[in-house]
Design a protein around this ligand. Structure first.
Ligand SMILES: Cc1cc2nc3c(=O)[nH]c(=O)nc-3n(C[C@H](O)[C@H](O)[C@H](O)COP(=O)(O)OP(=O)(O)OC[C@H]3O[C@@H](n4cnc5c(N)ncnc54)[C@H](O)[C@@H]3O)c2cc1C
Length: 407
């Protein structure tokens, strides 16, 4: 088997992996970023909505954006509308074009000095004295890179002092290295989405829209995110434990899309799973860090993970570069990553988990009651925290449990 050696190998070129690779390479580490797919950013498995907070961490150039939105409209089961929008700002969120956005992050990693390789899939980890010391990978040859040299064709042992597991919701790297990453059906959202076009008449192109109702999406919600030119990501997620024969996410989506956009055309179908378990109890081990969906760094209430993947990727890149400089790859050294990401956004994930547990158990009657309490109220921030605070303020008895976490 062919052998290679790097300081850091990053598995998965989603937002978490590319940002981690860029950050570590900028700080002098020799980094290899591997991606199993032949094209970074494809297939898209995302609704692509993100708040403008993302600009604190990465540059978002216009070609990475399909549309800008002024806020969000949330509809209760009986159609009551709640508005989240800051009048002082023109636009508060983006609907990204992830095919381009993810590539632009990988390009930034390459510019910073990381080696980026597609069609290269990790299938195991190298372990030495309890430390993760690299990955075993299969690579598809291209005219550019001939990976057949020496030993079995296409297989390579990539030794590295640190492995960054950025391999998304399926994350096998963490499991191979001995971390428990299993998700129960109740801990995932099973999602289906159509990219629909020809919606010029019915679409609100300035707002992201959310539909909360057990009839539309049990233990979940539906969304319509405008993409410009009369197109939109129209999708929904339901909890894995309510999905079954004839009531899969796809069945609910077909009904929702027919009802909402009877004349729209479907130009792409997307299926995916979102981890809603809250973060893993531990996201580091000797020679290993987990970032993004692999670490379950997703808001369990909204399913949003792009921003956290980027934040965690940046912290992980900084910490592994320091570990390389200090030649200390122990869990104790890498624990700085765990400490910093938890202090930056750990509380948000915890609150999201508690809120999810509460809201997913509510009947449509209760959801209507909550929506009525916010009817006509303008929440001047596009954030889950602002929405929850307003709900707690107006429904103190019903939301006593949430109040304790938030205030
Ligand atoms: C339907 C749907 C809608 C969503 N909508 C939103 C939204 O609107 N806003 C939001 O913020 N979040 C959304 N999310 C969540 C968001 O997509 C993720 O949180 C985000 O992509 C996480 O980034 P990541 O880098 O951790 O993982 P990913 O983006 O999943 O990247 C992981 C990468 O690792 C690669 N990989 C996996 N295994 C291997 C291997 N063995 N070897 C090499 N490469 C490997 C994969 O091919 C992939 O490219 C949505 C998710 C779904 C499924």
């Amino acid at each position: 088997m062919r052998e290679e050696k790097y300081d850091v190998v990053v598995v998965g070129a989603g937002p978490a992996g590319s940002v981690a690779a860029k950050t570590a390479a900028e700080r002098g580490a020799e980094v290899l970023l591997i991606e199993r797919n032949q094209e970074i950013g494809v297939p898209v498995k995302c609704a692509e909505g993100v708040s403008k907070e993302i600009e604190k961490f990465v540059e978002v150039v216009p070609r990475c954006v399909s549309a800008e939105v002024k806020g969000a409209n949330i509809y209760g089961p009986d159609g009551t509308k709640v508005v989240l929008s800051a009048e002082t700002m023109d636009e508060t969120g983006y609907v990204l074009e992830r095919k381009i956005f993810d590539k632009s992050l990988a390009i930034a990693a390459a510019r910073a000095g990381a080696e980026v390789r597609v069609k290269t899939e990790a299938y195991g980890v190298v372990k030495e004295n309890g430390f993760t010391k690299g990955v075993l990978a299969r690579c598809g040859c291209s005219d550019y890179s001939d990976c057949s040299g020496g030993g079995r064709e296409g297989e390579v042992r990539i030794s590295a002092d640190v492995v960054v597991a950025a391999d998304g919701v399926e994350s096998r790297v963490g499991r191979w290295a001995g971390i428990k990453t299993r998700l129960r059906p109740s801990e995932v959202s099973v999602s289906a989405e159509f990219l629909m076009c020809g919606l010029e008449r019915e679409l609100n192109s300035d707002f992201s829209e959310f539909f909360v109702s057990n009839e539309i999406a049990p233990k979940g919600y539906a969304w319509v995110f405008p993409k410009g030119s009369g197109c939109a990501n129209v999708g929904l997620g339901i909890s894995g434990d309510v999905s079954g024969e004839k009531h899969r996410a796809f069945d609910y989506l077909r009904a929702f899309a027919r009802m909402k956009f009877p004349k729209g055309g479907v130009v792409a179908e997307i299926y995916g799973v979102v981890p809603l378990s809250g973060s893993l109890p531990e996201t580091t081990a000797d020679g290993l860090v987990l970032v993004g969906d692999a670490a379950r760094q997703v808001n369990p209430l909204t399913g949003g993970g792009i921003l956290y993947a980027i934040q965690a990727g940046e912290i992980a890149g900084e910490v592994v570069a320091k570990a390389v400089q200090e030649k200390d790859f122990s869990k104790t050294r890498l624990a700085e990553y765990e400490k910093r990401w938890r202090s930056e956004f750990g509380k948000r994930l915890e609150t999201g988990l508690k809120a999810k547990e509460f809201f997913f158990g509510l009947s449509d009657k209760d959801l209507n009651k909550l929506a009525h309490s916010l009817e006509g109220v303008k929440i001047e921030e596009l954030s889950v925290g602002a929405l929850l605070l307003e709900l707690v303020k107006r429904n103190p008895k019903m939301l006593l449990g949430l109040r304790k976490i938030l205030l």
